[in-house]
Write a protein that binds this ligand. Structure first.
Ligand SMILES: Cc1cc2nc3c(=O)[nH]c(=O)nc-3n(C[C@H](O)[C@H](O)[C@H](O)COP(=O)(O)OP(=O)(O)OC[C@H]3O[C@@H](n4cnc5c(N)ncnc54)[C@H](O)[C@@H]3O)c2cc1C
Length: 322
């Protein structure tokens, strides 16, 4: 049977937002790759009973496999996915590019002998073939990957790259019988550590004022936080600011931080533009970079650039937004 099989990710009993994005990506492909669209939920009985939460528009069926535990185990989840994929024979398996998804997808692809591409941020169908778009050489290049001769392709999809499907679908739920004792285990779950709470959502911010190592000192930070607030911007930052403990991780833009997915205006103070930072913001419509070094790579992606001292520009903005 053609179509997509989507791994519904979850952590600590909370369904991941990625499933709606994966459904959105599948829906856009249509037949034979994207439809019919099935979600696979692996967990304990209580979690499987909540399968209807995955009934997004475009989902035809939700398969549940009760493995007696909702804690992640890559070996076990890959074994379940392998059995379900081998029996249901989808053309495409979509897995989120999350910590769980990254652990499962290569195991599954190796077991199935399928095509595999990870951290994919674009998919399309050309003729009868699937084409995936991902970064290459530390995301300096975009690369198109095709899968000649592969009946099945496994992809991990980057978060905040595909429009999420809306809730309110009419999927049916089917329990997939698979005795837990038949499945391998490789992990003993120790517990969950909650990330510190934050009201900052870089992924949803439309205007970001981001600071980098160029601000020099921790004591300069409140000034930029206040300026961001006055300008109606969300405060973002590069990784050294987080590594130094000046701001919580939720503010970090980039490869190991957040992608500024909804951002329309990005104002960067004292950020050099390392590839890992660009990963999170180079797509933004309007980028304004402030950096004293005219050779800073951020100017390669900036719409407007100012090679001035960032504190001088901050003075001027503070006067403007007093
Ligand atoms: C696996 C991995 C993942 C990573 N993930 C991320 C990530 O998610 N996000 C991220 O940001 N980085 C990430 N990094 C780190 C990244 O490689 C860079 O080290 C980092 O982005 C540099 O931050 P920066 O631009 O603030 O600092 P710098 O590179 O030190 O740049 C500071 C800039 O400020 C300018 N400047 C200094 N003083 C002034 C002034 N007075 N006025 C104007 N300009 C001034 C300088 O010219 C310079 O260009 C990652 C690295 C690795 C290896």
């Amino acid at each position: 049977m053609p179509g997509t099989l989507i791994l519904a990710d979850h952590v600590g009993g909370r369904m991941a937002g990625s499933t709606a994005e994966l459904v959105g990506a599948a829906k856009a492909l249509g037949r034979p790759f994207g439809e019919p669209c099935r979600c696979l939920l692996i967990g304990d009985r209580d979690l499987c009973a909540r399968a209807a939460e995955l009934s997004f528009e475009g989902v035809d069926e939700i398969l549940t496999v009760d493995v007696g535990s909702s804690d992640f185990d890559a070996t076990r989840w890959a074994a379940v996915l392998f059995r379900v994929a081998a029996a249901e024979r989808p053309r495409l398996v979509l897995v989120p590019h999350s910590a769980n998804g990254m652990a499962v997808a290569p195991l599954l692809a190796a077991e199935l002998g399928s095509g595999l591409a990870t951290d994919v941020f674009g998919i399309r169908v050309e003729g009868q073939e699937l084409v995936a778009v991902r970064g290459a050489y530390g995301n300096k290049l975009e690369m198109e990957v095709d899968f000649p001769g592969r009946e099945l392709v496994v992809l991990t999809l980057r978060g905040a790259s595909f429009p999420p499907a809306a809730a309110g679908g009419a999927a049916t739920v089917r329990a997939w019988p698979l005795p837990a004792e038949e499945l391998p285990r490789s992990v003993r779950h120790g517990g969950y550590v909650e990330a510190p709470a934050s009201d900052v959502d870089i992924g949803k911010a439309e205007f970001i004022l981001a600071v980098g190592r160029g601000i020099g000192d921790r004591e300069n930070l409140p000034r930029f936080a206040a300026l961001a607030e006055r300008m109606g911007a969300t405060l973002g930052c590069s990784r050294p600011i987080v590594d130094a403990g000046w701001l919580p991780k939720a503010h970090q833009v980039g490869q190991s931080g957040k992608v500024a997915a909804s951002c329309k205006l990005y104002l960067a103070f004292g950020i050099s533009g390392a590839v890992q930072h660009l990963y999170g913001m180079k797509h933004v419509e309007t980028i304004i970079a402030v950096n004293t070094d005219p050779a800073a790579p951020i100017f390669n992606v900036a719409t407007y650039g100012a090679t001035v001292d960032l504190f001088e520009l901050a003075d001027a903005l503070e006067r403007e937004f007093a």
